[in-house]
Ligand binder design. Sequence first.
Ligand SMILES: *[C@@H]1O[C@H](CO)[C@@H](O)[C@H](O)[C@H]1NC(C)=O
Ligand SMILES: *[C@@H]1O[C@H](CO)[C@@H](O)[C@H](O)[C@H]1NC(C)=O
Ligand SMILES: *[C@@H]1O[C@H](CO)[C@@H](O)[C@H](O)[C@H]1NC(C)=O
Ligand SMILES: *[C@@H]1O[C@H](CO)[C@@H](O)[C@H](O)[C@H]1NC(C)=O
Ligand SMILES: *[C@@H]1O[C@H](CO)[C@@H](O)[C@H](O)[C@H]1NC(C)=O
Ligand SMILES: *[C@@H]1O[C@H](CO)[C@@H](O)[C@H](O)[C@H]1NC(C)=O
Length: 463
Amino acid sequence: MEEPRRLVFCATPLICLLLLPLLYTVFFRSNAVPFDQWKQQLSPWSGYGNTREVGEAVEDQQELNSVLRRLVRGDDRIQLDATGLACHSDLHTDVCVSNRPVRIDLRTMTVYAPHSFSESMPKANRIVRPYARKEDKTAMDLVSPVQILQGNITLPACHHTHYVPAIIFSSGGFIGNLFHEFNEIIIPLFITSHHFRSRLSFIITDFRPWFVRRYSQILAHLSHYETINPAVNGTVHCFPGAVVGLHYHDNLALNTTAIPGGYSMSDFRQQFLREAYNLKRQNLTETERPVLILISRSKTRMFLNEDDMVRMMEELGFRVVITLPHRMSNFSKFAKELNSCSVLVGAHGAGLTNALFLPPGAVLLQVVPLGLDWASTHYFGRPASEMGLQYVEYKIEPEESSLLELYGREHPVITNPASLFLKGYKVARAVYIDRQNLNINLTRFRETLVQALRLLGHSATMA
Ligand SMILES: *[C@@H]1O[C@H](CO)[C@@H](O)[C@H](O)[C@H]1NC(C)=O
Ligand SMILES: *[C@@H]1O[C@H](CO)[C@@H](O)[C@H](O)[C@H]1NC(C)=O
Ligand SMILES: *[C@@H]1O[C@H](CO)[C@@H](O)[C@H](O)[C@H]1NC(C)=O
Ligand SMILES: *[C@@H]1O[C@H](CO)[C@@H](O)[C@H](O)[C@H]1NC(C)=O
Ligand SMILES: *[C@@H]1O[C@H](CO)[C@@H](O)[C@H](O)[C@H]1NC(C)=O
Ligand SMILES: *[C@@H]1O[C@H](CO)[C@@H](O)[C@H](O)[C@H]1NC(C)=O
């Protein structure tokens, strides 16, 4: 490239030294930047930029490298070390990591990740949809692709240079549903980004302002830098490293051993959420009158005799708080209420995700409608134990389901739900999820509530 000119300028060592920073600026701000300049781009991770000592910058770079490296394992890590880019891939998600400087064109969502070892390497091209439900086509159709280019490529010029790495994820997919928001975005985001100690920027594709507002405390706690919306900020941004996509472990789950030095559900709940929402530690055995929060659904899986249920709960000694599922999604408001709640009661549904905010030892009481045993266990029952909560289930009888009247006692909908699921999830969903309401048998339900009280170490006042 500009070698001859540089030689002239560098006629004497002193002039050369003085001019280097200038040359650096000129060449780096010029248009399409040639490949070998990647080697020279200093990228102190600290955010203090040039004011820091070179030694510190090198340490920062090493530390940055180590937090990025831990996101890939085995052969992927070997590839990362060799080429500067590697992707972890499993049933649920793709996570691509670059531990060298990247340029991201936000207009086209293209990540330019050239590597500096074998420059003759041909162009490589990958497409990642950064949302952790890869196995679900319906969800992934709602997620925009991110293209990653590597190899001998022409680089666009940087409009903005960042000193912290970027994590790219989508707020598309199944957002609008609390379970999916935590399951596919918030928990995976925590798993992937917490160890950066807030020194990173989020680039959120399929950007929804309300989503970013709803989770503002969480996002602010995970990143001290501005969140970037590609639709508004359509320029080329340069980062010292990048991650495209989020790690995923299981339904509302964190697997401590899946990533070296990984986090547990208790790290997420007791430490992270508590700090993000400024919640006090609660000791439930000290509460005199346990608080029961009842999730009152208004479309499907409604409690048809809710008033009677509430009366009975109060007779048992609970202070009952009735809430609508959508009201609960303002966490800054609702988290404190959940944090002092002893029992959370609700029919199977996304509202039960609020159990994440219950204090340890609280009871999650899930009412399981007909046909939803599997989903109830996998989405909430098992995760509840991992959360350090006590879990009880109230499984309804056909007499308590509005489906009995609709279909009659002998219909497979009532006698054999599994046969409907064999016809496909959509068929089953239309019936059990969308068309079912519940008329709870108070005699039987009371026993389940007494059980919850016992688990809390209380005896029912009227029991
Ligand atoms: C890189 O690509 C350019 C243009 O596409 C080509 O002229 C050059 O020879 C390539 N360099 C290497 C090392 O392959
Ligand atoms: C949540 O509620 C608080 C307090 O009422 C309010 O100030 C805030 O704007 C609400 N947040 C959202 C995202 O609606
Ligand atoms: C784009 O991002 C840069 C750096 O993050 C910021 O300085 C600039 O104001 C943003 N532009 C818009 C239009 O948001
Ligand atoms: C956690 O991850 C490890 C390593 O990938 C795996 O062997 C183990 O089965 C996982 N544990 C659970 C409970 O999924
Ligand atoms: C909670 O309070 C009870 C009764 O005051 C006490 O015995 C127990 O040690 C406390 N537990 C914790 C974890 O502080
Ligand atoms: C309610 O449950 C009780 C106890 O299982 C049972 O004896 C009673 O028949 C049920 N009531 C109705 C209306 O089904």
